[in-house]
Structures are given as C-alpha cells and as structure tokens.
Design a protein around this ligand. Sequence first.
Ligand SMILES: Nc1ncnc2c1ncn2[C@@H]1O[C@H](COP(=O)(O)OP(=O)(O)OP(=O)(O)O)[C@@H](O)[C@H]1O
Length: 252
Amino acid sequence: MADLVIRDLHVSVAGKEVIKGLSLTVKGGEVHAIMGPNGTGKTTLSMAVAGHPRYEITSGEVWLGDQNLLEMSVDERARAGLFLAFQYPAEIPGVPVKNYLRQIYNAVKGTDLEVFEFYNIMMEKMQMMKMDPSFANRHLNEGFSGGEKKRHEILQMALLEPKIAILDETDSGLDIDALKIVSEGVNSLRGPELGVLVITHYHRLLEYIKPDIVHVMMDGRIVRSGGPELALELEAKGYDWIRSEVSAGKEV
Ligand SMILES: Nc1ncnc2c1ncn2[C@@H]1O[C@H](COP(=O)(O)OP(=O)(O)OP(=O)(O)O)[C@@H](O)[C@H]1O
C-alpha cells in the first residue's frame, strides 16, 4: 500500500500555468473522484503526475509512498506502482495487443516471461474483462471501438497491479454494458493495496465505482471536497454555484 500525496503543485503547458497550487492525498484503499468543468486542468494533472514531458512542473511535490515521483522517469514511476488510463489511448499500428501487454508486464514487474508463460496470465485477466481471446491478436487500439479501448486500458491495469491508478474519463464513449464491465473490472481490483483517482464528468460512473471522496477542480485547484453526495449535487446544480462560492472566498 502507498499513498499518493500531491502538495501545492503548479504545472504549465505550452508556457501557460494550468495547475495552480493543487494539493491532494489519495490513500491506499481509497477511491477519489475529481470532477470539474472542461479545460480546468484534470488531464494536465494526470499527465503531469505520470511524467509526460510536455507538462512542466514549476513547483510542488508528488510522492508515491516514500518515493519522490518528480525525480523519476515515466518508466520508474510505472515500476513504482503508478498507472494512468488515458482519456484518448493512442493507436500503435503493427503492434499486437499480446506483445504490447507482455512487454509492459515484463518492464513494470521486472520479469522476463516468454509468450507461453504470459499467455495464461493475460487470458485470465481478459476473461475478467469479458474480452474475446481474438482481441489479443489485434493491433494496439487500431480500429478499436471506444469501449474496446477503455476495456483494454483496464486490462492493462489488471495486469500491472498498480498501487495508484488514475483513470482519466474512462467512462467517455462507453455504452451502458461496457460501462458496467469496465466498472466491474475496476471494482474487482479494489482493495487495501490500491488507491484510485477517477476523473469523470458524470455521476453515472460513480454509481458503479463508488468513491470515498469527491473533489471539485476549478481553474487548476481543488476548490471543494466532500462525500459521494457532492457528485449528485453537481449533476443536479452544475458548477456555477461553486464558482460563485469560490469567488466569494468560500473554499472547503
Ligand atoms: N498541449 C497543449 N497546448 C496548449 N494548451 C494546452 C495543451 N494541453 C492542455 N492545454 C490547455 O490547458 C488547459 C487544461 O486542459 P486539460 O485538458 O488539462 O483540461 P481538462 O480539465 O482535462 O478538460 P476536459 O474536461 O475538457 O477533458 C486548457 O486550457 C487546455 O487548452
């Protein structure tokens, strides 16, 4: 178990400050949700924590347990137990899913499993995600439907067994059945060893993946935190009331 601790983080993208002093702690075993208007910096936060070079961290700290993530490469962060499920997973034509999964598994776990050794591990997780075995032979994200892409992201999470998983809009593009399958996949991985940070626009996902804490992000900061009822309130009332309270100096 390892907590993700973000302290007073500032991040710039293309010369513009997007994250403006964000602090957040996700403890092992907890599920946190971040909701917030478009363009408020949610993806920037997840990319910066994962170590994408386009996102420049100008100040602040990010720790995974006792490991200082900001001093680590992207690969080292993954080996330390950080996992990011992308909002828009990239297509890599020519790379079969089974090869890709075996490579990332070996890289993150520090193993050197051969094809036949990895096959059963992969198939067990694919069954959990209700994926057809032929999926393993397809090329990475090439021609995948939105739902298949997201299912594949959670399949990676199941294989890599991270300590902290950040799921960036994993619900976008999913039909109701796929949403349930993806959520069941995440729920089956929940436990004291895993902390999850779910980024979403909709309360619907949080009916399936029940969060312990919901945060509202606005203009690059967390401006409000509460229980699952906060997500319902946002769904019913939108963001303007929080915006008004924040500009009146009421941050909770
Ligand atoms: N590569 C980039 N170049 C320029 N601006 C960028 C880049 N990436 C992000 N931004 C800007 O940073 C801000 C935050 O974007 P980000 O994608 O983090 O928001 P978000 O909260 O995830 O939005 P959404 O809810 O629409 O997914 C936006 O104004 C966006 O235009």
